[in-house]
Write a protein that binds this ligand. Structure first.
Ligand SMILES: Cc1ncc(C[n+]2csc(CCOP(=O)(O)OP(=O)(O)O)c2C)c(N)n1
Length: 554
């Protein structure tokens, strides 16, 4: 028997999202979406966090999803609201992050008319489909649960990603007899292919120095990857999205800088849920497309849920599988087949050398060392496109899954502060530190108001070098110091903190950071720590990310 319940279209969207486990919605209301917010008002099980700009809502949902591994949700008005959120959507799409966007539309009679109704886009869902995994409109709210469940199935199946559901203004406001259902339970994953697993085990059996590269697609498989690593004695590394899958203070876990040391003597690379950008774009060439199995380097095994990945970068052996399932099965196979244990001394000396070498990246490393000392092992660290952020790729050890949050390959300047706010909303009892440049911070600075309004105890460290420092150094090195659009005149960050009601601090030496950061984390209130740095004085972090000194800007 169907369970019918009378409610508005907006309430149907909220109820169906709740049935799918959504417990927090970030958003900014407007005329078309009033019924969604009215429903949220009457739904205490869902926490509603209001932001000052749609980018803030979408980034916070992104941070929520990155920190928890669960879908993040946000609601914004259509048209400009959705487009304001689009940088977060493309960042989430790039990083396979499950996000739900709930939005509105023009009144149904106006659909496709081009009349110019409030917030009209000629084809909003079509526009979104070029960016995200799935976008649809609920025309008959009676079916809201069915359509929401389908959106969640698509969002979480295979390679996860963002989805959007919209509803017309009039439809969302009217009452309907809605068919209430339980949330989606179906997640589609590829079937394991025994032959490819056997071929992978064969390759492993004949290899000695194995490197395992984890990407974002391995975050939920940390237990299995750690087991594979310690079974084989394989070096385990990652660049950004896969950090923490294997702890960098475990025997075989190494930073990407130490992995670079080990690369030449590696005879087999196993990529798990990773595009392998580090090895084949950054370490070889950012400009060259590698679509054949690599000829001169190590042999390549890829374990990836997306069969298209096996075409984009062809491995010697491709295992199309979810990381958890694929790695578990591989462990069984290699134990039966036999393997050569890796050499721990080789890994230890690469770690020591890399640690020693990177000390030259100052002052960033000195600040990062203090943050690592103060931040608990399970605390979250949200990087940014700034000198300290790039240095953190290899100069800030990560120990636990999901605790290093990045914007992945999109390199989305300005995402960091609002993303970190979302992570803190999701994990209020764990420490969250956002590091960001002065340039990046001003992208979403208005969300300081949201931090205060919702008492989000995030600590943000702004590295103020009075410039888009990375651009500035590129212009210095590659364009004969023809500086344009690089130097910045900044507001006074202490006064801004005070004006917003945020605890503000300003320091200019790493030794000043420890007591201030410790206290700020203890207070669990919104806090800003400005780090003053003289323009143009930071060491370039790039040579430990690329194998060359000069590098693209992200
Ligand atoms: C959305 C977006 N716009 C522009 C860029 C290009 N970009 C990369 S780093 C950077 C400068 C960052 O300046 P800041 O945040 O102050 O950090 P700094 O490099 O000075 O440490 C710019 C403009 C980008 N990556 N993303």
């Amino acid at each position: 028997m169907t369970n019918l319940k009378k409610m508005t279209g907006g309430a149907a969207m909220v109820e169906a999202a709740k049935a799918n486990g959504i417990d927090t919605v970030f958003g900014l209301p407007g005329a078309q979406t009033y019924p969604i917010f009215d429903a949220l008002h009457g739904t205490p099980e869902i926490k509603t966090v209001i932001t000052r700009h749609e980018q803030g809502a979408a980034y916070m949902a992104y941070g929520y999803a990155k920190a928890t591994g669960k879908p993040g949700a946000f609601s914004v008005v259509p048209g400009p609201g959705v487009l304001n959120a689009s940088a977060a959507l493309c960042t989430a799409a790039g990083g396979n992050v499950p996000l739900l966007c709930m939005t509105g539309q023009v009144p149904s009679q106006f659909l496709g008319s081009g009349r110019g109704h409030l917030h009209e886009l000629s084809d909003q869902a079509g526009t979104l489909r070029t960016i995200i995994k799935y976008a649809d409109r609920i025309d008959n709210p009676v079916n809201s649960f069915k359509q929401m469940n389908e959106a969640f199935r698509v969002m979480l199946s295979d390679r996860p990603g963002p989805v959007s559901l919209e509803m017309c203004w009039d439809t969302m406001a009217q009452d309907w007899e809605v068919e209430v259902e339980t949330g989606n339970t179906q997640i589609d994953l590829p079937e394991l292919d025994e032959d490819s697993l056997a071929a992978a085990a064969d390759l492993i059996a004949t290899s000695k120095n194995i490197m395992i590269m984890s990407g974002g697609g391995a975050q939920h498989a940390s237990k299995e990857v750690r087991e594979l690593v310690s079974t084989l004695g394989a070096t385990a590394t990652s660049l950004r999205s896969g950090r923490g899958v294997v702890s960098e203070d475990s025997d075989w876990g190494v930073s990407s800088a130490a992995a670079m040391e080990l690369w030449e003597s590696t005879d087999l690379l196993i990529g798990i849920g990773s595009r392998l950008e580090m090895q084949y774009m950054r370490w070889l060439s950012m400009m060259e497309y590698h679509d054949k199995p690599p000829e001169n380097g190590p042999k390549l095994i890829r374990i990836d849920v997306d069969p298209k990945e096996m075409i984009r970068l062809k491995p010697h052996v491709g295992v199309v599988a979810d990381a958890k399932i694929g790695v578990s099965a591989l462990i069984e196979k290699v134990i039966k087949r036999g393997f050569k244990m890796g050499d721990l001394d080789r890994v230890k000396s690469a770690k020591a050398k890399a640690h020693n070498d990177i000390q030259e990246i100052q002052p960033q490393l000195a600040y990062l060392d203090v943050i690592r000392e103060v931040l608990p092992r399970d605390g979250f660290f949200v990087e940014e496109l700034c000198q300290a952020g790039f240095t953190s790729y290899y100069g800030f050890p990560i120990y636990e899954p999901r605790t290093y949050i990045s914007s992945g390959f999109q390199g989305t300047l300005g995402y960091g502060f609002p993303t970190a706010l979302g992570a803190k909303v999701a994990m209020p009892d764990r420490a969250v530190v956002s590091i960001i440049g002065d340039g990046g911070f001003l992208f979403a600075m208005s969300e300081m108001a949201s931090a205060v309004q919702h008492n989000i105890g995030l600590v943000t460290i702004i590295f103020n070098n009075s410039s888009f420092g990375n651009v500035r150094r590129d212009q210095q090195e590659r364009f004969n110091s023809n500086f344009i659009g690089a130097d910045l005149v900044n507001p006074n960050f202490l006064k801004i903190s005070e004006a917003f009601g945020v605890d503000g601090h300003s320091i200019s030496h790493p030794t000043e950071l420890k007591p201030i950061l410790s206290r700020a984390l203890e207070n669990n209130r919104p806090a800003i720590i400005e780090v003053k740095i003289e323009r143009g004085t930071e060491a370039s972090p790039w040579k430990y990310i690329h194998k060359t000194v000069v590098a693209p800007d992200s």
